[in-house]
Design a protein around this ligand. Sequence first.
Ligand SMILES: NC(=O)c1ccc[n+]([C@@H]2O[C@H](COP(=O)([O-])OP(=O)(O)OC[C@H]3O[C@@H](n4cnc5c(N)ncnc54)[C@H](O)[C@@H]3O)[C@@H](O)[C@H]2O)c1
Length: 334
Amino acid sequence: MLPRVKPHVAAMATRRPAQWMPAAALATAANHNVKQISVIGAGLMGAGIAQVAAHQAAVRVQLVDTSQAHLQKGESIILASLKRIFKKKSADAADAARQTDEVMARITLSTSTEQSAASSDVLVEAIVENLEAKRRLFRQLDAAAPAHAIFASNTSSLPIADIAAAVSATRRAQFAGLHFFNPVPQMKLVEVIRIGETQPQVFETLLALTKAMGKVPVSCKDTPGFIVNRLLVPYMFEALRLVERGDATKEDVDTAMKLGAGYPMGPFELMDYVGLDTTKFINDGWYQSGKGLQGSKLTEPSPLLDQLVADGKFGRKSGEGFYAYGGVGASTKK
Ligand SMILES: NC(=O)c1ccc[n+]([C@@H]2O[C@H](COP(=O)([O-])OP(=O)(O)OC[C@H]3O[C@@H](n4cnc5c(N)ncnc54)[C@H](O)[C@@H]3O)[C@@H](O)[C@H]2O)c1
């Protein structure tokens, strides 16, 4: 159950009073010279990124989306997560509520991309996985953001250089990928992706910022899937092929990888968690045009996966994928 959303979402940026910002927060922010970030896209990932930035790194955050409804959804995700965190940390309910309020006070909700960009040092994009939509957004941001602002995309599968092509050459020197993992508050890893133009000091700032967010950054060049997905997606497709050939059942493959390789989930459970549509989208994109992966045996589409997606079975989020779940988004298998 999501908590009730506070009715303070205004049409434009609604900055909370300056006294909400504790001095300690500014001191932490100064370590990486970032005082305010904009997170564009208040969905699953954007909400998580905004949360760890405001909570762990203690910077001011402008969370931007296209509508109040999306912003409220993002805010409710953050609120529920912070409440869980502070409830565990503090036995005193009033103290937990005060800490939650303190973090929430650093987050401003906005439907104005330009307005929030104008006052931010780092802009992290977490909107839909669509190259044209991302390019359109970054063009807007380039015109509105201050010259020193660093741009980052949280894309899972699109080449960072293709997205960065939308901005000026000067800005491309301040452009990188920041690939967070779902769920952001729990997952420790961030892949920091450099393109050819990314300046060393920009990269260093992003390393420092992600560390301040409580994450462990790793560095990777702008190659399809970066590190984690490049290994994970072909692994999941190899599991699909194993089942398609009739060599083993999905249940036995999942059990085998959990007990034999020590993985927390088997590949079919993992695909249900990630989303079958998302898994298919990433792989098919690489098969069609991924650098070094185009037309490759490694990325050949899977008829089994295609059929499930065509049937609207997307995994946990739709209530059924390889397995059936107790209800849409339920966390336990039937
Ligand atoms: N979900 C994951 O597991 C995961 C993991 C790592 C990276 N990613 C990447 O993160 C990005 C976001 O994924 P998500 O799962 O949070 O998606 P999501 O659908 O939950 O959220 C996307 C949000 O962006 C908003 N949006 C769309 N266009 C916008 C615009 N022009 N301006 C402002 N807001 C806009 C939408 O309204 C929505 O609220 C994608 O690029 C995805 O590939 C996702």
